[in-house]
Design a binder for this molecule. Sequence first.
Ligand code: ZN
Length: 462
Amino acid sequence: MPTETLIRNAYLVLEAQGPQPHSGSGTGWEIDGGWIALQDGRVHSVGTSSEPEPQAQTVIDAEGRLVTPGLVNTHHHMYQNLTRAYAPAVNGTLFQWLTELYPRWAVLDEESTYLSTYVAAAELLLGGCTTSSDHMYVHPRPKLIDAQIRAPTEIGFRFMANRGSMTRSVEDGGLPPKEVVQDEETILEDSERLISTYHDPNPGAMVRMSLAPCSMFSVSESIMRATAELAEKHDVRLHTHLAEDKDEDTYALEVYGRRPVEYLEDCGWAHDRTWVAHYIYGSAEENRRLASAGVGATQCPSSNMILAGDTADARALREMGMSVGIGCDGSSSADSADLWAETRGALLLARHSHGPASFSARDALNMSTLGSAANLGWADELGHLRPGACADLVIWESSPLSQAGVLTDRVEGWLRSGPARAQDTFVAGRRLVAGGELQLAGLDDVLSRHRTAAAAMQGVSA
Ligand SMILES: [Zn+2]
């Protein structure tokens, strides 16, 4: 029986495992001139050019292009692509930006949530992302997460929906208006309903759920505790923003009488079910505590830089044993959902802080594949291309211009000499990008409706 798909003549990176021999062929985790066979949504087998290739129904000649595991996005707010580069907010601080936009987001409905998720997934596929989580914490209407799950399901994109929540509006000392927050009972009931409806714990799942109170500025301590208990009961993951802004230290001490990390620990979140977004301002001692507890962190390079904040010290956190993944963050802060660009951002930030020998392209690729997969509790199947892994992978375009002169290190060349786009993106063995084009029949219609919804939200004409 032939396998479904064979990709041959590739520079294969099976697993991003730090520095590798630059010209090694057929050794370690990188195979120059290798092949990879896909079957039933899985990596069937891999080999070097001297090993016999299996027969296949579809044979793709990669013509020497780089093939990596699909990138994994561990922090996003997809609905925000309805307010990208929104002029009244572009020069604000994080809090000014949020305060300006919350009233706009209060008009979110099922249609606009579905459309924004569809657009986000399509955009991510072109940047080589094959799995994304999404932190959806604005709930002016019920059933918005149901609406958003329709989009990746139609597309065939792997998705972890984070059931976000906010309980404290401006009237209770929080940031958001009351239209977008919910009471605790509603949040917990809806969380259980979503888990029982959509969460697939089985290997090869296309949709999983996690639970994700927004941040200490907008949720009560009791919902933090109750959410952790619910996550344990249903064996799902936990996510929140932590230590994203310097003001968080002052706020936490004033409101909770503790530092942010102590608060997280007291709420029952310091364990390996949890990954946190940003995590910039932990002390060295707090970093060690969270690393040893198994908490993961997501660095969001573009968002941190465009909002002019600091960024997680990914290198230091990784050295402590913490799994550090990559996220593009919400579309209205980063304004772009391109995991290649975020991976490059992580490379630049680490080297900017620690020097040229401190961090390689393979370290950065490790973050956006294995590190991100670990954030989602999914490293058994995602973030690598060992036989048996999910068949989520990217054949990267090899631009004759930007790759001209790249002769000695394919992975460094890929990340330094871009921009790089996906030539072909496979999710569960299905080719969703082919020859640089999205294979989505509904895309034009979705883009047209997205424009109408975005214009209505921003109060401008379409
Ligand atoms: Zn965020």
